[in-house]
Design a protein around this ligand. Structure first.
Ligand SMILES: [Fe+2]
Ligand SMILES: [Fe+2]
Length: 345
């Protein structure tokens, strides 16, 4: 993380308030009284989750919304959801999750995952939704400005289980333990040989964009996969971590001027701090997950202005017998070989 003038030496839960107060935008206009909100893992293909969409409401006309992946598997569901949200929020930003990349039985079933992604980017642009392929929108709020960067980096099996040294061994261990992510059966990375090849390409391109970004304008990074491995420490099944990210992004929150990282995928909503940077897991998750834990911090997480820990208490880790990353056994798109209750979102 690049230091701003008042950067503390240690983690400061109100670091985003440590900069000079701004009352005007760069062009001299009044600062909008909006909030930067975030959510992920809406999984609207599940009827109960779809019924929660109407509750996703802004606090005012200037609010922005980050949608950090796993909206749905079907292109038309993703598009319809984002269209709905653009009707409510001043700006919507989207980055894909693994579910958007799955082959499905819809009209785009013939598309490999990179082509599906490009199609989704086209649909988003038609809606005015910002994607990882677009310039970073700048949020001017009472605590701004910040550049909000949707990033898409995938995973490369480098978050391996202890005791193994390469991808093949790590995957073999997962198969032995019966905890293989459904991505293995539903994501076709062609023309890339494998998802990790695609991941390395995505990381390199994203890294170039971040390096070219003005270091004086702090960033909010929005990713489906956590950019640091430490959030996966609480996974019920440690084998799942190999489908959750890459070591290649581990220092991004320190190298670049990052004020906060927004992510999902784990279905463990909480706030943690690493190296003085706030990480927000903002997922809705599956019905059996949110029925159990409720929505103690609301359906939408306020990223900026950061309201502080008093208003957003960090819930305790899930109980030892919880399966935060489980897949509903009733979902019709499970493939033979996938393990119910074993997929990380
Ligand atoms: Fe996911
Ligand atoms: Fe998910």
């Amino acid at each position: 993380m690049l230091a701003h003038p008042a950067a503390p030496e240690v983690a400061c839960p109100r670091a985003s308030r440590c900069r000079d107060d701004r009352t005007e935008t760069n062009d001299g206009g009044a600062v909008p009284d909006g909030r930067l909100l975030a959510v992920s893992d809406l999984h609207v293909g599940i009827t109960e989750n779809r019924s929660t969409l109407d509750a996703l409401r802004p606090t005012g006309p200037d609010d922005w919304l980050i949608v950090a992946g796993d909206v749905a598997e079907r292109v038309r569901d993703v598009e319809a959801t984002l269209r709905f949200l653009t009707g409510r929020f001043a700006k919507v930003l989207w980055t894909p999750g693994n579910h958007e990349l799955w082959s499905t039985a819809d009209e785009q079933s013939e598309l490999a995952a990179p082509a599906r992604y490009r199609l989704l980017v086209e649909r988003c642009r038609a809606l005015g939704v910002a994607t990882p392929e677009d310039p970073y929108p700048v949020w001017y709020g009472p605590d701004g400005p910040y550049a909000v960067a949707p990033v898409f980096t995938l995973y490369d099996y480098s978050w391996r289980v202890p005791g193994v040294t390469d991808k093949q061994q790590s995957l073999a261990r997962a198969h032995e333990n019966g905890v293989v992510c459904t991505d293995e059966y539903r994501i076709d990375p062609a023309p890339h040989p494998a998802v990790d090849d695609w991941c390395r390409e995505r990381v390199a391109a994203t890294e170039r964009a971040l390096a070219a970004h003005d270091p004086g304008l702090p960033l909010v990074l929005a990713s489906h996969w956590p950019l640091d491995r430490r959030p996966t420490d609480v996974l019920r099944y440690p084998d799942f971590a190999q489908w959750c990210g890459t070591e290649l992004t581990a220092d991004w929150h320190r190298r670049f001027n990052v004020a906060a990282v927004v992510y999902g995928h784990l279905h463990i909503p909480r706030t943690t701090w690493y190296d003085g940077v706030r990480f927000e897991e903002v997922s809705l998750g599956y019905p059996r997950e949110w029925r159990r834990r409720g929505h103690p911090r609301g359906l939408l997480r306020q990223v900026l202005p950061y309201p502080g820990p008093a208003e957003q208490p960090v819930p305790p880790p899930p109980p030892a017998d919880a399966k935060p990353d489980a897949k509903p056994s009733s979902k019709p798109d499970a493939k033979p070989g996938s393990t119910s209750g074993a997929k990380p979102a």
